[in-house]
Write a protein that binds this ligand. Structure first.
Ligand SMILES: [Zn+2]
Length: 149
């Protein structure tokens, strides 16, 4: 086994890796088309006429129809769609789902990068020793190996 005497590049490497992955996710986001929220349903309906048989017998309900429902201000809003509109809406909703998944990935990468950046910011202040304290040696300068520039 050989001891690892190479340069300390773990932190920088990780941050560079996070940058690369962030760009990859951002590129995927750029490829997503328009989006929508809600649900597309294929449902049987009861109509507004109280005397209609659809209210008594589930088998005599109207439809099935394509419907889109979504919540607006905590209220479920529905809208009837043609089959072609349902196909369009379904695609938009899938795009929306994909977008939210990628945004979650982006947030996760950002959280990791934030931790690395905050840690790096502390280490940059370390060489300045406060009064009564010994200067903390920079671990990067502890290496015996000399590297030419
Ligand atoms: Zn009816």
């Amino acid at each position: 086994m050989t001891a690892d005497t190479g340069p300390v590049s773990g932190t920088a490497g990780s941050l560079a890796d996070l940058h690369t992955r962030r760009r990859e996710v951002a590129a995927q986001i750029a490829e997503i088309g328009f989006t929508a929220t809600g649900t597309v349903l294929y449902v049987l309906n009861e109509c507004g006429k109280p005397a209609c048989a659809c209210h008594r017998d589930p088998a005599r309900r109207h439809g099935p129809y394509w419907r889109h429902t979504c919540k607006i201000n905590n209220k479920t809003v529905g809208r009837r769609l043609t089959e072609a509109q349902a196909a369009v809406y379904t695609e938009l909703i899938e795009n929306g789902r994909a977008l939210r998944a990628l945004l979650a990935q982006l947030q996760q990468l950002s959280d990791q990068a934030r931790d690395l950046l905050l840690t790096a910011a502390i280490q940059d202040q370390v060489p300045v020793a406060e009064e009564g304290q010994e200067a903390v040696a920079n671990p990067r300068e502890n290496q015996t190996e000399k590297r030419g520039r």
